[in-house]
Structures are given as C-alpha cells and as structure tokens.
Write a protein that binds this ligand. Structure first.
Ligand SMILES: CCCCCCC[C@H](O)CC(=O)SCCNC(=O)CCNC(=O)[C@H](O)C(C)(C)COP(=O)([O-])OP(=O)([O-])OC[C@H]1O[C@@H](n2cnc3c(N)ncnc32)[C@H](O)[C@@H]1OP(=O)([O-])[O-]
Ligand SMILES: NC(=O)c1ccc[n+]([C@@H]2O[C@H](COP(=O)([O-])OP(=O)(O)OC[C@H]3O[C@@H](n4cnc5c(N)ncnc54)[C@H](O)[C@@H]3O)[C@@H](O)[C@H]2O)c1
Length: 725
C-alpha cells in the first residue's frame, strides 16, 4: 500500500496503489494526502498528476472498511486539498474511476481518460449517496439532469461518453500518464479558478424545483422501495438550493443516515456475494484457483428463437465471432432478421454514446443451415425447443461434427444435463449455460454442472460469463436447477391464493410493493402461459397423458391448480394473445388491465369445485409466496445443488428482479429471522397439509435448533456429503 511519487521535469506523478482496484482505504488516503502535501510544498514541483497503479485509477472508498469502527483521515479533506492547490493537478484515469475515485478526480483541475476507462458514481448500488463532494461538483460540471441520471442509477460511463458529457477533458488511446504530464506542463501558471468545480454555479434547467419534484416522483416509481435513489435526488436538491459548504453538510447527513440502514447492509452483502460466487469450489478440491479456462475465440448458437437470438447478440457484444444455425430456411430468415435488428439497436445505442468505432468492434455473425460450419468453433450453445429427444439428437450430431476440444453447452431451462451428455463422445465437456431472457441484457448466467462435467469445462463456462459481462453462478443438476425450481413454487402458491379468493392484481401489487420487479401474474402473462402448459402437458400433469379419473385439483397426494391450464385451453396465453390473467389493449399489448371476465370465470370455478374463499391479506400473500420460495432455497442447500445461500441470492438478485436492497431471498430470511420463517411455514403447512412444499425443510429446522446463526455461518452447518457440485 503506497502512494509513491516521482518527478518528471517539473511534474510530480503520484501513484495510488492498493491492489487490486486501488480502493481508497484509510492508509491509502493518508499516503496520498502526504504525497500531495509534499508536492505542493516542493519548489521543484510546478504541477501534479495523480494516477492509479496497474492501470486502474480507483474503485472508490474501500467498502471493506465500511464496517470497521476506526476511521482514517477523511477523503473529503484530501479532495479539498487537491482542489485548493495553486499548482494544477491532473487526474490520469485508466481502468476505472468510481465513487470516491471519481470524486477525487473531480477535485483535480483536469481529467484525462484512456478510451477503455469507465467513470461513475455507483454509491446508490450500495444503498448510499456519493459523499465526498461528487453530487455537488458533478452538477457544477455537467448539469443537474446528467448528474441525476448517473447518481440515481449508478451507471458506469465509458470514457467517450464521459468526454461528451464534459466529465473528462480529453480521451486518449494510449500513454494516458504521459499525456497527463504533457497537459500538466502546458497549464502551469494558468489561472485555476474556472477549474475548481466547487466554486462554480450549479448548471440548472429553467424550472429546477419542478424538475426535481418530477425527478423524485419518477425515481420513486422506478426504484420502488429503495431509499438511496431518493436520497440522491435530495442531495441534488441541496446542491441547487444551498451554497457549496452547506451542501456538503447535507451530503454528509444523508450518507450517515443511509449508512445505518438495513438496505445498505443488504446491498453491500449483495455486492460481496457476487464476488464470492465467482470463487467456486467443488468437494473434489477442484476450484476457480486450480482449473484453467480454455480460450473462447469462436462460438456457435443453435436455434434462433427468443433465447438464441439474444444469446447471439450477447456474444457479438463481447466481440466473439458467432455462427448462428437454424433448422430451415424460413426460421433462419426470421432468426437472422431478429438478430440483425438487435445488433442494429446495440450499435445505435453505442453510437449515441459517442462510440464511433463500435460498429467494427461487434463480433461478426454468420448465419447458416449447415452443421459442417461448426467444425472449428470453441464452444456451441444449444437453444432449441425444450424437448429432450430433440436436444439429444442435436448433441449426438454435434459430438460427431465439432472438434474434440469444443465445449457443448445447453440453454435448457431445467432438463437433465447428464442425459444430454450421455449421448456425446465428450460428456466431461457438456455443461448447462442457462441464460435469462433477454440474454443480451440480463446479468445472470446459471452454470449447470453435470455429473461428468470437468473442472476445465466449469472454469471455461464461468469465464464465458465474465466475458459476456454477466455473473456466473455454478449450480448442480436437478430438475429446473436453482432459479426456476424456487420460482415454480412461488408462482404455484400465487395461483393457489387466487383459488382461495385473492385476485391476480392484488397478489401482483403486494409482491411489487415488497420490491419485486414484476408480480407473478404479470410475469406469467409476459413470458407466455403456453410455455408452462406445454411443459406440464409433456410430463403428463395435464392433457392427453393425464390418467383418466385424476381429480382436477390433485396430482398424487398434492394439491394442483388447473387454472393456468384452463386459461390456455381458452386461448389465453398472456400478452401475446391479448389476454391471460389480465386483458391487454391488443395481442402483443403491454398494458395489463384487470379483466371482469376473469372474475366471473373464477367465481364459477370456485362454485364448481366447491371452494371456500377467504379474505387474503397482503401479509399472507408475501409470506406464502416468499416463504415457500425460501423454504425451497433451504432444500436446494440441503441437496447440495447450490454451495451457499449467497449463490441463491445472486441468482435471484440478477435473474428474477428480486429487490437487491433486501439482499436476496436467503439474506431476507436471515433478517426476518429463521425462527419466524419456520413458525409461519409450520402454520401455513398445518392449514394446507396437501401442499408439502410448505413443510419446513430439515436444514431450516436445523439452523433454528442451532440458535439462528448468521447467514455467513450457514455453510458450516451443511456438510458436503450430499453435494451435487
Ligand atoms: C461522510 C463520510 C464520507 C465517506 C466518503 C464516501 C466516498 C464515496 O462517495 C463512497 C464510495 O466510493 S463507495 C464505493 C463505490 N465504488 C464502487 O461501488 C465500485 C465497486 N467495484 C466495482 O464495480 C468492480 O469491483 C470494479 C469495476 C472496480 C472491478 O471489477 P472486476 O475487475 O470485475 O473485479 P471484481 O471481482 O469486481 O473486484 C476485484 C476485487 O476488488 C474488490 N473491490 C472492488 N471494489 C472495491 C471497493 N470499492 N472497496 C473494496 N474492495 C473492492 C472486490 O471485492 C474484489 O475483491 P476479492 O477479494 O478479489 O473478491
Ligand atoms: N424463453 C425463455 O424465456 C427461456 C429462458 C431460459 C431458457 N430457455 C430455454 O431456451 C431454449 C430455447 O427456448 P426459446 O424460448 O428460445 O424457444 P423458441 O421456441 O423461441 O426457439 C427455439 C428455436 O429453435 C429452433 N430449432 C428447433 N429445432 C432445431 C434444430 N433441429 N436445429 C436448429 N434449430 C432448431 C426453432 O426453429 C426455434 O427458432 C429452451 O430450452 C428453453 O427452455 C428459454
């Protein structure tokens, strides 16, 4: 840990060093402060350049220090010291300048960035507000509107966009530090007043108060339930209404308030959980440290339906050349048009952000019907219909065609990976890569490890996730894997509650108020009710394979609701057919409206089946839908399908619209308290003995009997004997 300096001509170059991301720990802040003071006091120095070691400026305040009691020197006074310097200070930004890192750069008088660098104020993603002057200096530099968009979303802005916005003064392709030294030399002796951002007026739109009121309404709607985006708007209001020094006080107050909330603790947990899951380990001892990923230089995707087309786009965005294959000319034409339109949209987005060279930097896509073209690719991702016989036929075929080193992946939502692997000549190189829709946007990749899958294959699939900018989570092979296995029970519980007297919109509202991006009924309507119907028909839960005489609302000894099947039989597939659990303005419409037809239909259904309805409270909706999901999470841990609660939380936070500010379902359970979750499950199971999924899992019971240990200790109570990983 050091901030070391050298003098080049009359320019002192101060390097911040705290691997791996030069986080501004107390020790680093102290070291930089000392180096800056020395440079300011040194007669031989006429200008200063601040840079980060190993190609990274700084990822901001050291989050690992957040929970420590002792505090180092404040970052705020270091930044003030830099801004007040009479000698010009230039930030040479390589890699990242995030949070406190960007705030430090904003304290510098000039900023030069490498073309590949990113800047941003992502504090909101940790449940905080920028608190080292970022939300006060940035609007003085780029205006309220652009600052609002950056600090409420926490988005990372690439150098060229940062240049367009005015955050940096220059973008360079190479030698960032040399360029910064040249600039520093050039500006020696020039007045710095206009470069000291805290002294400038805030750039406001005409009716700024109305603008901020409107922003508050929008942010409340967009980030339902999250506190920190609202605090970001408040901080901007302070920037507008108060002189800089008073604004600083307000910024500090808001930070200190947020700092004590459950939301920030949950979001920090979620941040570290995402890093934790990348460090996979198998009971065999193989791990992310020992296994070597193989290079992925080329890829192929089979099937260009909903998923295939967005997987191709995701690969192209990561600059990986792709061969896209379909079953016949008609599907190939449809699929290739869809891919080209997705790629065009990506290019447009990037051009709008100032990336003129982006067009050349998408991976090339080649469309074909010819399997022979797949001979030399490094990896194939199959995304055809969810049908085992078809998938096996394709895997058998690929096995004969692809080079022996090629990895064979399936995007199945939940079919058996081992069964597919068994028909190939390389079962150790077969793996599930379960993308989420739309694959070029959603951050999650569930990496499904089969019985035969080698550690090299796992390592390569996890590397693929990283190359695509996704979070890869390694899970074991069981029907529906982790995400969908839990989701099925949650959705089923919601449907049971409709049978019992609730309405789809009441259930959606309760769960959306809890913070989920979309309630279960709107989600089913969006995804298409026919998908689940097809799957249930295939396994004989409904349709012609269902044995004659099976009671309508029972399968074996378990309760079953035929409601979704009946809606499909009536052609109500959701948005695509203009009606499902809701009605829509037209087929393909998105505006979900409660449907009086459904109310009549439900009353009739309840009458026919002689169902007693009751008033379903918001509390019951939340508890039954979420606790059944959490209970299954404990079973997944018990079965060794996920290696820890963090894996489940990362899956839900990134693939299912779970509100990150509650940390994820397992973290949420730990906050509610496991004894509470257990008691409620016992109560609901007692009232519904025909819903065995409500029966508390033995792992949950074990944890309660061990005194409700904190989440980070759960793994130690698991043992590895049942691990499927
Ligand atoms: C009134 C009081 C005043 C307070 C002042 C407040 C100042 C400010 O406003 C608050 C902040 O800056 S809040 C901060 C705002 N900043 C952010 O939110 C930035 C968050 N960071 C990121 O977005 C990504 O990590 C990067 C894009 C930097 C690198 O991505 P990548 O290349 O894919 O790599 P990776 O795998 O992601 O990370 C590698 C390792 O680095 C670790 N680590 C990372 N950042 C850290 C940090 N700040 N700290 C500590 N550690 C940090 C990470 O855990 C991992 O460690 P491991 O032991 O190996 O597991
Ligand atoms: N739709 C989702 O939200 C989603 C999410 C995750 C995973 N999945 C899984 O992804 C897979 C694909 O799902 P989808 O929704 O994209 O299906 P889809 O029906 O939209 O597309 C499947 C495509 O595969 C093509 N295809 C069929 N047989 C083929 C063959 N022999 N050779 C080449 N192409 C062939 C079809 O022409 C079609 O274009 C399924 O396994 C599904 O379970 C779907």
């Amino acid at each position: 840990m050091a901030a070391f300096s050298y003098i080049c001509d009359s320019v002192a170059v101060i390097t911040m060093s705290n691997p791996p991301v030069n986080a501004l720990s107390s020790a680093l802040i102290r070291a930089v402060q000392k180096a800056v003071e020395e440079a300011i006091g040194d007669f031989a120095v006429e200008a200063i350049v601040i840079r980060g070691d190993k190609g990274k400026f700084s990822a901001g305040a050291d989050i690992r220090e957040f929970n420590r009691l002792e505090r180092g020197p404040p970052l705020v006074s270091l930044i003030d010291l830099i801004e007040d310097s009479k000698k010009p200070v230039v930030a040479a930004i390589e890699g990242v300048a995030l949070g406190g890192g960007l705030e430090l750069a904003l304290g510098c008088h000039y900023r030069i960035a490498h073309a590949q660098a990113y800047v941003g104020l992502p504090e909101v993603l940790l449940g905080l507000v920028p608190a080292a002057g970022g939300a006060l200096r940035l609007p003085r530099l780029i205006g309220i509107s652009a600052t609002l968009s950056m600090i409420t979303t926490g988005k990372y802005v690439q150098a060229r966009e940062a240049l367009k916005l005015g955050i940096v003064d220059k973008v360079v392709g190479e030698n960032t530090v040399d360029e910064a030294i040249q600039l520093a030399k050039k500006v020696i002796g020039q007045p710095l007043g206009s470069r000291q951002l805290s002294t400038l007026p805030v750039q406001c739109p005409p009716n700024v108060e109305a603008f901020l009121d409107e922003a508050m309404v929008k942010v409340k709607k967009q980030f339902r339930g999250a506190q920190s985006p609202l605090a970001c708007v408040e901080v901007l209001r302070a920037a507008v209404q108060l002189p800089y020094l008073e604004g600083k006080k307000k910024e500090r107050e808001l930070f200190q308030f947020l700092y004590t909330t459950d939301q920030t603790r949950a979001q920090q947990y979620a941040f570290f959980a995402e890093r934790e899951v990348a460090k996979w380990t198998l009971p065999s001892g193989a791990s992310w440290k020992t296994a070597s990923p193989q290079p992925i230089r080329t890829a192929a995707v089979i099937g260009l339906g909903t998923m295939g087309r967005s997987i191709v786009t995701s690969l192209a965005k990561a600059k990986i050349p792709v061969i896209a294959l379909e079953q016949d000319k008609k599907q190939l034409d449809i699929g290739s048009k869809a891919v080209m339109s997705l790629l065009d949209r990506e290019i447009l987005k990037m051009e709008q952000l100032g990336h003129t060279e982006f067009t050349n930097s998408l991976g090339p896509v080649q469309f074909t019907l010819d399997y022979g073209k797949l001979r030399d690719v490094d990896i194939v991702i199959e995304a055809v219909f969810e049908n085992m016989a078809l998938k096996k036929e394709i895997f058998r075929h690929l096995s004969g065609i692809c080079k022996p080193e090629a990895f064979l992946c399936t995007n199945t939502s939940g079919l058996d990976i081992d069964e597919m692997a068994s028909v190939t000549n390389r079962p150790q190189m077969v793996i599930g890569t379960h993308f989420f829709s739309p694959a070029h946007i959603m951050k999650l990749l569930e990496v499904v490890h089969g019985h035969y899958t080698s550690s090299t294959t796992i390592s390569t699939a996890m590397r693929l996730a990283k190359m695509l900018g996704k979070v890869g989570v390694l899970v074991g092979n069981c029907p529906s894997f982790v995400g969908n296995r839990l989701m099925r029970l949650y959705v089923e519980q919601a449907v049971f509650l409709v049978e019992e007297g609730s309405k789809p919109e009441e259930i959606d509202r309760a769960l959306e108020d809890f913070g989920l991006a979309m309630g279960p009924f709107r989600m089913m309507d969006l995804a298409g009710l026919d998908i689940g119907w097809k799957a249930r028909t295939e396994i004989g839960l409904t349709g012609p394979k269902l044995p004659i005489g099976t009671p309508a609302r029972q399968r074996g000894s378990k309760r079953y609701s035929p409601l979704p099947d009946i809606l499909c039989e009536k052609g109500r597939f959701g948005q695509k057919s203009g009606q499902g659990w809701y009605k829509y303005e037209k087929s393909g419409g998105r505006n979900a409206m409660p449907d009086p037809w459904l109310y009549n239909f439900l009353s009739e259904y309840q009458r026919i089946h002689n169902l007693k309805t009751h008033y379903v409270t918001q509390e019951e909706i939340i508890e039954r839908c979420l606790y059944v999901l959490i209970n299954e999470g404990f079973k997944v841990l018990e079965d060794g399908i996920a290696s820890g609660p963090e894996d489940i939380d990362v899956i839900y936070n990134n693939g299912y619209g779970w509100p990150k500010y509650t940390g994820g379902p397992m973290y949420y359970a730990s906050i509610v308290g496991l004894p509470v979750v257990l008691t409620k499950l016992e109560k609901y199971y007692g009232a519904n003995p025909d819903i065995p999924d409500l029966k508390p899992s033995s792992f949950l019971k074990k944890l309660v009997s061990k005194g409700n240990p904190p989440l980070k200790e759960w793994r130690s109570h698991l043992g590895f004997q049942s691990s499927m990983l």
